[in-house]
Write a protein that binds this ligand. Sequence first.
Ligand code: 5RP
Ligand code: CA
Ligand code: ZN
Length: 224
Amino acid sequence: KNDLEMGFEALRNGEFILVYDDDDREGEVDMIIASEFVTPKSVATMRDNAGGLICNCLAPQYCDAINLPFMTDIMEAASSKYPDLAELAPNDIPYDERSSFSIWVNHRDSFTGVTDHDRAMTISEMAIMLKEERYGDFGKTFRSPGHVCLLRGADGLVKNRRGHTEIGLAMCEMAGVTPVCVVCEMMDSKTGQATSVADAKKYAEENGLVLLKGEDIIKEYLKE
Ligand code: 5RP
Ligand code: CA
Ligand code: ZN
């Protein structure tokens, strides 16, 4: 089996994959897992071994179905009432043209929302709601603000944006799992910088995980 096939299998088994986006982009390795399988233990693993932001990426068709805007659209709409917000427009991101950030949510059965238990519930129940096409349940099931950031995948995924958001969702699609996935950047506490590819490779080997390159995933997706 090649690395990509191992990655698909890992996602179907509810295991992590590691993905390096690109030298020309963030130059970061994210831990990625299919959201429908996320447990409190998965959240703890990301906190302990990745340490970046734990975000839930949603496929664009799901975002359309629940009318989920990008945060930039919300800020723009709000700036008629709060004009100073307009100045915060993210028009100078050094590695990309746009951000995939949307709103932050908690499952309504959460207490604070930040515990491993609460975040796992928020993440997995979102995937299950979307998988079951219960779109009308969005606001009934979740409240905002919350402790899990939603990321909106670009239309056409990696055809239009090549972030971990789209790369992770493309992996889910190709693996045949619900296209909702968690991404969390691997951070190095010693250097205060992103974990190097060499260290991520070591972590992958020690933990039986596959480390994939964004460009290989993009190439495969564009083939389909
Ligand atoms: C959220 C992020 C991460 O970089 C994450 O990988 C998603 O963003 P992108 O699609 O831009 O790579 O900023 O913590
Ligand atoms: Ca980022
Ligand atoms: Zn990223």
